[in-house]
Design a protein around this ligand. Structure first.
Ligand SMILES: Cc1cc2nc3c(=O)[nH]c(=O)nc-3n(C[C@H](O)[C@H](O)[C@H](O)COP(=O)(O)O)c2cc1C
Length: 153
């Protein structure tokens, strides 16, 4: 994992199934297919933590899932970011940048929605703590997050 991370990704936020906000109470921003396809081939599916910003705005902590959402039996691989922040509005169409710094766990199936929500809340807690470590906190100032936004992503 050391060779693969950090992984830098940016793309326009697209609509997912809309379950994140409604069912989970944990909004997730979905990356388009081309960003998912550009993930390193040997990057394991699962849950990651790192830094994110929307349209080069404030840099915020995030958790991100990669995979087929076994609880929902998705047929397409997705890459979904929960930015740890309360946004006033949806940001579909905005450019989301993420720096993935660490791995938390593999994707899992759960026997209830409450268990999935509980696991994501534990991920959020772990991300908050890990991102305060100096080796991770330093990425908050990384140029990638402030560089001109690519128009073709
Ligand atoms: C931090 C995080 C961890 C997640 N872990 C799992 C998981 O272990 N199993 C799973 O089926 N889905 C997991 N998900 C994905 C959720 O099922 C998904 O975000 C939800 O279905 C909303 O998707 P939608 O935006 O396409 O509606 C995770 C999502 C996040 C942000």
């Amino acid at each position: 994992m050391e060779q693969i991370l950090p992984h830098f990704a940016e793309g326009k936020v697209v609509k997912g199934f809309g379950r994140g906000s409604k069912e989970l109470g944990i909004p997730t921003a979905n990356f388009p297919e081309n960003v998912v396809e550009n993930l390193p081939k040997d990057l394991p599916g699962g849950v990651y933590y790192g830094w994110a910003n929307v349209d080069n705005g404030e840099v915020l902590k995030m958790v991100l899932s990669i995979g087929w959402n076994p609880y929902y039996h998705n047929t397409k691989k997705s890459m979904e970011t929960h930015v740890i922040h309360t946004f006033k509005e949806d940001f579909y169409g905005s450019t989301l940048k993420v720096i993935m710094l660490g791995y938390i766990r593999p994707m899992r199936d759960f026997s209830s929605l409450d268990e999935l929500i509980g696991a994501i809340n534990d991920d959020i807690q772990e991300a908050k703590e890990k991102l305060d470590l100096p080796e991770n906190a330093s990425y908050k100032q990384n140029n990638f997050l402030f560089d001109e936004i690519k128009e073709d992503v």
